[in-house]
Ligand binder design. Structure first.
Ligand code: 13P
Length: 229
């Protein structure tokens, strides 16, 4: 099972270091097949001790250059970062990343051999239009994406479930992941209001290979309890 924590714009360099220290201690007894990822904010990227994989929430698809406010491959390589989130709905919807840009990032970091957690998800109005509308939207987010890439993980995160406390139901997740499974053999994560109370039910669903957790991951002990539960 894969447990990934997306800190978004939370935590600092100091608190991320403390967090990882606590998590490492708590996870000393975890089963080796449980893979743990942390995506801290850019300012907290570093080389950290332990088995937790640290990845970037975002980066620009270039080695370096005149891209004000961005970081690229050179800045990630300084800390040995080889894992990246691409296509998160907050980057698509709040920061205006088009499918074309997302696909360009994917191609660049694929070429560099990164492990890519590629995020897709639909809005509430699409969800309310039914399973066919959901699937056709999700497939449109695969445009320009090499689904056969062997270092790929796909995260299904319905936008209406993110940060709302309202996770998709087990049935909705099961149906959507089953549809996704017919298109992609990569591990499939679910994200959207995953918390200690619902993680057991969610990870038991067929074709759910792990979770991508936002708010409930911000406290190290709480996130550890989800991994160990
Ligand atoms: P929440 O767990 O806060 O709903 O966020 C999910 C998410 O967007 C993870 O990438």
């Amino acid at each position: 099972m894969i447990f990934a924590a997306n800190f978004k714009m939370n935590h600092t360099r100091t608190t991320t270091r403390d967090y990882i220290e606590v998590l490492n201690k708590k996870l000393a007894t975890k089963k080796p097949e449980e893979k743990v990822y942390i995506f801290p904010p850019t300012t907290a990227l570093d080389r950290y001790e332990g088995e937790i994989t640290v990845g970037a929430q975002n980066a620009y698809p270039a080695n370096n250059g005149a891209f004000t406010g961005e970081i690229g491959l050179e800045q990630l390589e300084e800390f040995g970062i080889k894992t990246i989130l691409i296509g998160h709905s907050e980057r698509r919807d709040i920061l205006g990343e088009t499918q074309e840009k997302v696909a360009e990032k994917f191609a660049f970091f694929k070429e560099e051999g990164f492990e890519i957690i590629y995020c897709i998800g639909e809005s509430l109005s699409i969800r309310e239009s039914g399973d066919d509308a959901v699937m056709s939207h999700l497939l449109s987010q695969f445009e320009g994406i090499d689904l056969t890439y062997d270092n790929l993980i796909v995260a299904y995160e319905p936008i209406w479930a993110i940060g709302t406390g309202r996770s998709a139901t087990a049935k909705e997740i099961e149906i959507t992941h089953a549809m996704l499974r017919t298109k992609v053999s990569a591990p499939l994560l679910y994200g959207g209001s995953v918390n200690p109370d619902n993680i057991g039910e969610i990870t038991a669903i067929d074709n759910v290979d792990g979770v991508l957790v936002g708010s409930a991951s911000l406290d190290a002990e709480r996130f550890a309890s989800m991994i160990l539960s």
